[in-house]
Design a protein. Structure first.
Length: 263
């Protein structure tokens, strides 16, 4: 995997893909790549209402390009993808469609970096599907139905009330399912231990206004080695809170932890 860090890219090529999940949902994906073939790919899984079109997501994707090619995508029910958002349940099929496609493109190493809802999905995907070389959870929840902060109370209002879903559909381009989970999917803290021996990095800010640091420590405590925990002073929530230095540090961690699989 030494090719990952020697050739930073300033103007990556862009290729759009329309992928189909195992349950028949169309996923709008974008691959940022260099001018020569590379063996390493990174998947970015956005938070709820996020999109690969958002400046914050794009900035993180470009910051990780020295590691390898980067595929970003919109979860089901979001923007250009089909279906309805299940807010972290069926979205594991979306990640699997992206990871599988990258394997079909002959990438030897595929890592997943998830943010908020995408972090929960990345953990659950790695525990249930496997097939990845490293997992990074940024600002992720450890458990479902958390309402301990004002922002999470507002979020639950948005996804549970018809008026909230109307707002999300018309003003955020996010279509949310109108029924509760049945059955409840396993929580990230319940399955984090199943990721091993794939390395897991848990990143969380101590200024996160959605989920307190306890969510990160619960995931880390539930995981098995190899695992790392970074509590970042002053960091807020998810993609917008990840600056160039932190993104580069995450990239260095991916290179270090996956180097053996790329030899």
């Amino acid at each position: 995997m030494s090719d990952a860090i020697d050739h930073p890219l300033s103007r990556p090529r862009e290729n759009r893909y329309r992928l189909t999940t195992s349950d028949g949902v169309g996923i709008d994906a974008l691959l940022l790549s260099g001018s020569r073939p590379r063996a390493t790919a990174v998947v970015l899984a956005n938070g709820f209402t996020g999109s690969y079109r958002n400046p914050g997501s794009r900035a993180v994707a470009e910051a990780l390009l020295p590691v390898g090619d980067v595929m970003t995508f919109d979860f089901r029910g979001h923007h250009g993808s089909g279906g309805l958002s299940t807010v972290g349940n069926a979205e594991i099929h979306d990640v699997e469609a992206v990871v599988s496609h990258l394997r079909e493109l002959d990438y030897d190493s595929v890592s997943v970096v998830g943010f908020s809802m995408g972090a929960a999905v990345a953990i659950r995907h790695a525990a249930i599907y496997g097939g990845v070389d490293a997992v990074v959870s940024v600002s992720g929840p450890s458990r479902w139905y958390y309402r301990g902060t004002r922002r999470m109370r507002l979020l639950h209002l948005g996804i549970e009330a018809s008026a909230g879903r109307f707002f999300l559909r018309n003003f955020r381009k996010v279509r949310v399912i109108d029924r509760q989970w049945d059955p409840r999917p396993a929580e990230p803290r319940e399955v984090a231990g199943e990721i091993s021996p794939v390395p897991l990095l848990v990143v969380h800010g101590d200024a996160d206004t959605y989920f307190p640091v306890s969510h990160a420590t619960e995931i880390y405590d539930a995981a098995r080695e190899p695992r790392d925990l970074w509590i970042v002073p002053g960091m807020g929530h998810a993609e917008r809170a990840v600056g160039p230095e932190l993104a580069a540090r995450i990239g260095d961690w991916i290179v270090e932890k996956t180097a053996a699989s790329g030899d």
